[in-house]
Write a protein that binds this ligand. Structure first.
Ligand code: PLP
Length: 373
């Protein structure tokens, strides 16, 4: 008898956690994947109001409250010019649950899922939990996902490929021509393109493009949420948007693992999505300034960084020993190989941190680089 399922034994606690635990209490943490801003006041107020009015005590419908799904549909229209039926959306416990639903609903045992390498840690783990085989697709030197590499990796066993632009851990943004290619590949090869767009609003150079806007079939499934865009990681509110038949399959999973997303969070999310969006552009401008600071400082150190065009991460190519030396000096950065074998030789730096703190951390990094040479 086995004590635990081979699926759960095939995954482990994320390497990022290990890095946090190795650092001292006063360490500067550049390992975090959450914006350092408060949630919008109007989102918080909407949740409080819903709670006080007794609207948030009961289960909502499995897909979530209708006004939230209407706000999400309006968002698709506003940002991508795509008409989405509010019934083709499920509100989930963060983008994380949305990814889980997409994989559970589409991946059969032994089927392959192509994931960016380096890529967000959940793609590999959730694929394995679904019984699938993650197939890493190495990124280009500029850390974007190459559509040709995706197409080359497709086999008869491929169920899905994951696109994440802007990307974690890379900050890379796929240009429109690549996104069009992803849509074409999903159409022509009849595989699902899972487009994780949680960093959609943090693009500094160029624009965000979604394969949803370009596909002719219903093979694109979009995951998004409030965690990053509205700095609401603790609210645990995301969503998945797809065709009616795909949503129906994902709803089967959602119904049994979650029932519905948290009701107060749904009201907060509806307010965040339909209220003023200047909070988002303010965050974006701040992230851009910090990105520029980081690029300047790394250039001065002689450290190569593929220019991150979005999100709030950078992935410099660092000398051997860099991550450990930084952690020893109480600056937490994450080793690139925590995100896949092809991330080796890089470190991921999150700049969701105050500019002053970032400067202090960059001074330490400059010292570390000088000492390692
Ligand atoms: C690329 C990416 N997708 C999805 C998520 C999931 O975020 P959440 O579950 O908070 O919406 C994250 C969080 O770090 C992420 O970086």
């Amino acid at each position: 008898m086995t004590e635990f399922s081979p699926r759960v034994e095939s995954i482990s606690i994320s390497g990022i956690r290990e890095v946090f635990e190795a650092a001292g209490e006063d360490a500067i943490n550049l390992g975090l994947g959450q914006p350092d801003f408060p949630a919008p006041d109007h989102a918080r107020a909407a949740a409080v109001e819903a709670i006080e009015a007794g609207k948030a005590d009961a289960y909502t419908g499995n897909k979530g409250i209708r006004p939230l799904r209407e706000a999400i549909a309006a968002k698709h229209e506003r940002d991508q010019g795509v008409a989405v039926d509010p019934d083709d959306v499920i509100a989930t416990a963060g983008g994380s649950e949305a990814l889980h639903l997409a994989l559970e609903a589409h991946v059969d045992a032994g089927q392959e899922v192509l994931i960016p390498d380096p890529g967000f840690v959940s793609y590999d783990a959730l694929t394995k939990l679904a019984g699938g085989e993650p197939v890493p697709v190495p990124l280009r030197d500029d850390l974007t996902l190459d559509p040709a590499a995706v197409e080359d990796a497709i086999t008869d066993d491929t169920a899905m490929f994951v696109v994440n632009s802007p990307g974690n851990p890379t900050g890379a943004v796929s240009p429109a021509e690549d996104v069009r290619e992803f849509a074409r590949i999903a159409d022509e090869h009849d595989v699902v393109c899972l487009s994780d767009e949680v960093y959609e609003h943090f693009v500094f150079d160029g624009d965000h493009h979604s394969p949803l806007a370009y596909a002719d079939t219903d093979n694109v499934v979009v995951v998004n949420g409030c965690s990053k865009t509205y700095s609401m990681t603790g609210w645990r509110l995301g969503w998945v948007t797809a065709s009616t038949r795909r949503i129906e399959r994902m709803l089967r999973v959602h119904q049994y693992i979650q029932a519905c997303a948290s009701a107060p969070a749904q009201y907060a999310a509806e307010a965040a999505l339909s209220g003023p969006q200047d909070v988002v552009s303010e965050m974006r401008d701040t992230f851009r300034e910090r990105r520029d600071l980081l690029l300047d400082r790394f250039e001065a150190m002689g450290v190569e960084v593929p220019t991150p065009k979005g999100a709030f991460y950078a992935m410099p190519k660092v000398p051997e020993g860099f991550v450990d030396a930084c952690i020893e000096r109480d600056v937490i950065v994450v080793p690139g190989d925590a995100f896949g074998a092809n991330g080796a030789g890089h470190a991921r730096i999150s700049y969701a941190n105050d500019a002053e703190v970032l400067r202090e951390a960059l001074d330490v990094m400059a010292d570390v680089v000088a000492n390692l040479r």
